[in-house]
Structure formats: structure tokens, C-alpha cells
Design a binder for this molecule. Structure first.
Ligand code: NAP
Length: 167
């Protein structure tokens, strides 16, 4: 099983404001859809809330919460209470849903998942945005850049991939 984080981040590390995305970048949304389609997606309860408590379609959705009974539409997803439990459920599903498992946010879950992550797909937006949620700092001597592709529409951003290398 490969654990991959996938996120879009502003220059000041913002990933979200008022439980929503601060930008609308169609090519990045397409990248997210294409990369995670038919795969396992793990995310936090607040990100689930930001989706209107509707799971990503055509994906195996795992939601992390401290309070499973209070999660709306919990029947539509697999609810767990720790990142370790999320990864255990994911491991039981990889034969059907693929070996690459995606950590889809938000800030709290990216942080929790970082020690378990092998890869980070980061869309780096070259503009600052005010925000309430931020992508965690990560060690670039451990996660090394292996791919970067520049875009300009509708604003300058890069698709970047970091891979974990042991020191
Ligand atoms: N730009 C991007 O790529 C991207 C991607 C995803 C999300 N976002 C944005 O990120 C923001 C949401 O991020 P967030 O950090 O506020 O929320 P989040 O990480 O999506 O979810 C936080 C919730 O996860 C649960 N949780 C956290 N730590 C836990 C632990 N140790 N054990 C069990 N459950 C735990 C708690 O749920 P309970 O409260 O239910 O206990 C907590 O409230 C939104 O603005 C969203 O739009 C951006």
C-alpha cells in the first residue's frame, strides 16, 4: 500500500477558508478527480462537512472523527476514529480499490497522516490567500521533489510531486 497526500496550497500554505476552498482552479479539480478516481480517499469530518456530507462518488470514502455517532450521512462512508484505523480499513480494501491510498485533507488529517505518507501531490499556488486551514510544514530532506509542471490558467501554479526518501 502506498499512502499519498493530495492537496492544493497557497504561497502562505492556506488550504481552506470558512471550511471551503479559497480558489476555483478547474484544472486542479480535474487533477484531483482523475488522480483519486476509483481509489480509497481518507479525510477529516470537517472536509466531509465541506462536501455537504456527500462522499466523493466512485471512491471508497473513509472519514475520521472523534464522535462517530454525530456524523451526518455516516451510512454513505466508512467512519473511523483514528488515522491508524483509517489505514487499517484502507489496507483491507486495496485489492479492490488499488494500492495507492489518498489522504484528502484537511489540515488536521494531513498532519496526522504525514508520518505514514510515502508521497505528496501538492498543487502550489503562487499567490497568498487568507485562510483558516493550512498545509503542514514537511521536511524536504525526507520528501524530495521528483516532478514539477508549471501552469498559468487561471493564475500561476505548479503541479508538484514529492516522494519520501529515508535519510
Ligand atoms: N486545498 C485542499 O487541497 C484541501 C483539501 C481538503 C480540505 N481542505 C480544506 O481544509 C479545511 C478543513 O480542514 P480542517 O483541518 O479544519 O478539518 P479536517 O482535517 O477535514 O477535519 C478535522 C476533524 O477531523 C477529526 N479529527 C481530527 N483529529 C482527529 C484525531 N486525532 N482523532 C480522531 N478524529 C480526529 C475531528 O472530527 P470531529 O470534529 O467530528 O471529531 C476534526 O474536527 C476546509 O476549509 C477544507 O475546504 C482543503
Amino acid at each position: 500500500m502506498i499512502v499519498s497526500q493530495i492537496a492544493a496550497m497557497a504561497k502562505n500554505r492556506t488550504i481552506g477558508v470558512d471550511n471551503d476552498l479559497p480558489w476555483h482552479i478547474p484544472e486542479d479539480m480535474k487533477f484531483f478527480r482523475d488522480t483519486t478516481k476509483d481509489r480509497i480517499c481518507i479525510y477529516g469530518r470537517k472536509t466531509y462537512e465541506s462536501l455537504g456530507y456527500k462522499p466523493f462518488p466512485k471512491r471508497f470514502n473513509i472519514v475520521i472523527t472523534r464522535n462517530p455517532d454525530a456524523v451526518p450521512n455516516k451510512e454513505a462512508v466508512t467512519v473511523v476514529t483514528s488515522i491508524e484505523a483509517a489505514l487499517e480499513v484502507a489496507r483491507s480494501q486495496v485489492a479492490q480499490w488499488g494500492q495507492e491510498v489518498f489522504i484528502c485533507g484537511g489540515e488536521e488529517i494531513y498532519k496526522l497522516a504525514l508520518p505514514y505518507s510515502d508521497r505528496i501531490y501538492l498543487t502550489e499556488i503562487h499567490k497568498e490567500y487568507p485562510g483558516h486551514a493550512f498545509f503542514p510544514e514537511f521536511d524536504k530532506t525526507i520528501f524530495k521533489e521528483v516532478y514539477r509542471s508549471k501552469r498559468t490558467d487561471p493564475l500561476p501554479f505548479d503541479f508538484v510531486t514529492y516522494e519520501k526518501f529515508s535519510k
